[in-house]
Ligand binder design. Structure first.
Ligand code: ADP
Ligand code: MG
Length: 709
């Protein structure tokens, strides 16, 4: 029997072919099952409407108003056009603002009519305003069948929300529900549910889409998160057991001449204690007969590259190839240059492969790899494309893991019939409990010690009022022969966001730091790879004094002479990103500085984040802090792109208690029944099979797709 959950969404009443196509393209929703598991990311409480005068000033939670539109006006030109709509109720008035507005928008709001307005309040000079709120005519909202007191707001894309309107998903769910409700099978037995206080699956799915009360919604969310996290834990833990049972790892039995010669002749400094310990851990793993699968965490600048190099030499010493995958072109080229330099004079054949490798060069490298003429290959994700065949890959290093999905990591393994050892490195410190839980199939090593002689970076926070002083300070540093980074969150101003942009910044900097006395260079993601590289080269060689860039230089880039990192609109960045950026300086012996620039008025959480940056240099402490501040979502962002599973509802940061609970539970279940063969575990073993159609292409839909505010 064809499964109703696998049928095409175009047959849901009210969807049809055109919408189905767009939903598939934009949101990856293709089957009825996908749609059923497309959950609201927030809810409008239809019972709670704020009078404008009573909107709390110190709270940024989303709120609902009901007000009459009194006028609108456009300001600005071209792409940067701004629409301001004013609206009033009996107690006051509000400004509703859209950036990058089109004429089309103005027709949506009629002067004199009353709207339900939903958004995040901000205050400017005591005046309430909202950016990009959701709006609907009052009549329209009232004429909706009152399915529930709370209406779900669904993650969406710009195109989809234009086509469906703000209630579109609710309507689809209404049509969908009668089709599926009798087929929803609960993977949990009654006994299991009673024991863990979980509501039945059908009731949970109903309440997630049509909450019957705040309490039922909470229980529905708990149930679905519990199921999702338990499934992950069962998967991770059984996979680990399997891996350890197979014992089919390559055995690197000897420490050979390359490793020893490098250590004795080439190593320019003494390894830190932590580096020594990790090298030992790796040596033990690769000699054990089990396939190694290790996560190496170490703060920025802690010297992970060196550890990776030594591990790769072990591989080559034992007759195996090794490769190292970096998240960006810049970083791959930098690794290639650094490693080639360190290995000079040793008989190691290196190759590099990136997206912009030229055809001839690429063909040569590919042949070299497959015929065993390349020992160590460095590259970007071009390494895992289909045409790349190793002759005997024994060791894989993945640098800066958080930029890669685990699916990409998994692809590397299939390049051999026997899986190579894998070392995943990250500078984003993940609190240990979380790492163990989410990356449960990895062993964890930590470098918790910086090379000697580093001075702690001095971090401070300023607003535009201090701009002149800042410029003066940069000039002083440059006069001492140092170099400066200035990082922006945006390339140009046109975005719907009120942050500094690189283009504006570059104009200001070249005006105040005029050539030829000062040389300023640029690097951002939309530049051609050659241009980026040339710009990096100028900075590295010291020809350029100032590097103006976006976060493309966030990971790995190593220019020891750079001593100042200025981060514009720092409130825009999460803690781990700020810490990564700061890690670009403080690599040499001089005192280094990180200067955070922000708007005068920022949210309390942003303020705490920036203050934390000023207070500590310790990445692990910052990660813990991030966890506490939540909402920053940094750690979970890392998890989302880095972890094996695409989470639909659980958030590993916020739901850490459910996470630990399900981890222990999964361990207990697997201990009593490792293959989940008992009849009472039949449902659980179903949980471990991938759900049809769910993110089939491996993409991750963020929970906050449409939220611009
Ligand atoms: P990350 O862990 O951020 O990748 P890197 O591997 O880029 O750090 O190392 C940062 C800098 O520290 C490099 O310039 C590297 O040569 C240097 N370094 C690494 N290990 C040591 C050490 N034991 N002593 C002194 N300098 C070191
Ligand atoms: Mg690095």
């Amino acid at each position: 029997m064809a499964d109703v959950f696998d049928s095409d969404i175009q047959y849901i009443p009210g969807v049809g072919e055109a919408r189905a196509r767009l939903l598939g393209l934009d949101l990856n929703i293709r089957t009825v099952g996908d749609m059923l598991h497309h959950y609201p990311h927030r809810y409008i409480d239809r019972t709670k409407v704020y009078p404008i005068a009573e909107v709390p000033e110190n709270d940024s939670a989303l709120i609902q108003l009901r007000a009459r539109v009194t006028g609108y006006h456009f300001a600005g030109q071209g792409r940067g056009k701004r629409l301001t709509v004013t609206a009033e109720d009996n107690t006051g008035s509000v400004s509703l603002v859209w950036f990058r507005a089109t004429r089309w928008m103005e027709k949506r709001f009629e002067v004199g009519r009353e709207y339900v307005i939903f958004g995040r309040p901000t205050f400017f000079n005591d005046r309430l305003s909202m950016r990009h709120p959701e709006m609907e005519l009052v009549e329209k909202v009232l004429s909706q069948p009152a399915e529930s007191m709370m209406q779900g707001v669904y993650p969406s894309s710009e195109k989809v929300s234009k086509l469906l309107g703000s209630n579109g998903f609710t309507a689809i769910m209404g049509a969908l529900w009668p089709m599926v409700k009798d087929y929803i099978a609960d993977p949990f037995t009654d006994e299991f549910r009673a024991k863990h206080d979980l509501m039945p699956l059908r009731e949970a799915l109903y309440n997630i889409h049509f909450p019957q009360s705040a309490d039922l919604l909470k229980r529905a969310q708990y149930r679905l998160k519990f199921e999702e996290l338990l499934a992950i834990q069962l998967n991770i833990q059984s996979r680990r057991t399997e891996r350890l049972a197979k014992s089919n790892g390559f055995i690197f039995g000897k420490v050979g001449t390359l490793f020893n010669r490098f250590y004795e002749e080439k190593l320019p400094f003494e390894l830190t204690g932590a580096q020594k310990r990790v090298v030992k851990e790796i040596r033990r793993d690769v000699a054990s007969g089990f396939q190694m699968n290790r996560l190496l965490q170490g703060d920025v600048g802690s010297g992970k590259t060196l550890v990776a190099l030594m591990a790769m030499l072990l591989s080559v010493d034992n007759g195996f190839q090794a490769c190292m995958m970096a998240p960006t072109e810049i970083l791959a080229r930098q690794h290639f240059a650094t490693l080639s330099r360190m290995l000079q004079g040793l008989p190691v054949r290196m190759g590099i492969l990136t997206g912009s490798s030229r055809v001839r060069e690429r063909r040569e490298v590919l042949a070299g790899i497959s015929e065993g003429r390349v020992d160590i290959l460095i590259g970007t994700h071009a390494l895992i494309e289909d045409g790349v065949q190793f002759s005997n890959l024994g060791f894989v290093v993945v640098d800066e893991q958080h930029r890669f999905g685990v699916r990409q990591r998994a692809r590397l393994w299939t390049k051999n019939h026997q899986p190579p050892h894998v070392l995943v490195m990250t500078a984003t410190p993940i609190p240990r409990t979380l790492a163990m839980t989410l990356y449960g199939d990895l062993d964890v090593s930590i470098i918790d010690e910086l090379p000697p002689g580093r001075k702690p970076i001095h971090t401070s926070l300023y607003t535009d009022a201090a701009r002149l002083r800042l410029w003066g300070f940069l000039k002083q540093e440059i006069a001492k022969g140092r170099q400066v980074y200035v990082v922006y969150p945006l390339i140009r101003d046109s975005e719907a966001m009120d942050y500094k942009s690189l283009e504006d910044g570059y104009a200001a900097i070249t005006r105040d730091f005029p050539p030829p006395e000062y040389v300023t260079t640029i690097c951002h993601g939309q530049m051609r790879p050659d241009d980026k590289e040339e710009s990096m080269r100028q900075f590295k060689t010291g020809q350029a004094h100032i590097m103006v860039s976006t976060t493309v230089i966030e990971v790995g880039v190593d220019v020891p002479n750079a001593s100042v990192m200025v981060i514009e609109s720092a409130e825009r960045f999460g803690l781990s990103q700020l810490h990564q950026l700061r890690g670009r300086v403080g690599r040499g012996a001089e005192q280094s500085y990180c200067i955070l620039m922000s708007k005068h008025q920022i949210s309390t959480v942003s303020k705490q984040r920036l203050q934390a940056m000023c207070d500590t240099n310790d990445g692990f402490q910052l990660a813990e802090m991030d966890l506490r501040l939540r909402g920053a979502g940094d750690v979970s962002g890392t998890m989302q792109s880095g972890s094996t599973f695409d989470l639909k509802i659980a958030n590993p940061t916020a739901d850490v208690q459910i996470l630990t609970h399900t981890r222990d539970l999964a361990a207990a279940i697997l201990e009593s029944d490792p293959r989940l063969e008992a009849p009472m575990h039949a449902g659980l073993s179903n949980l471990m099979k991938p759900k049809a159609g769910v993110n089939g292409d491996g993409s991750w839909i963020t929970k906050d797709f449409s939220a611009i505010s």
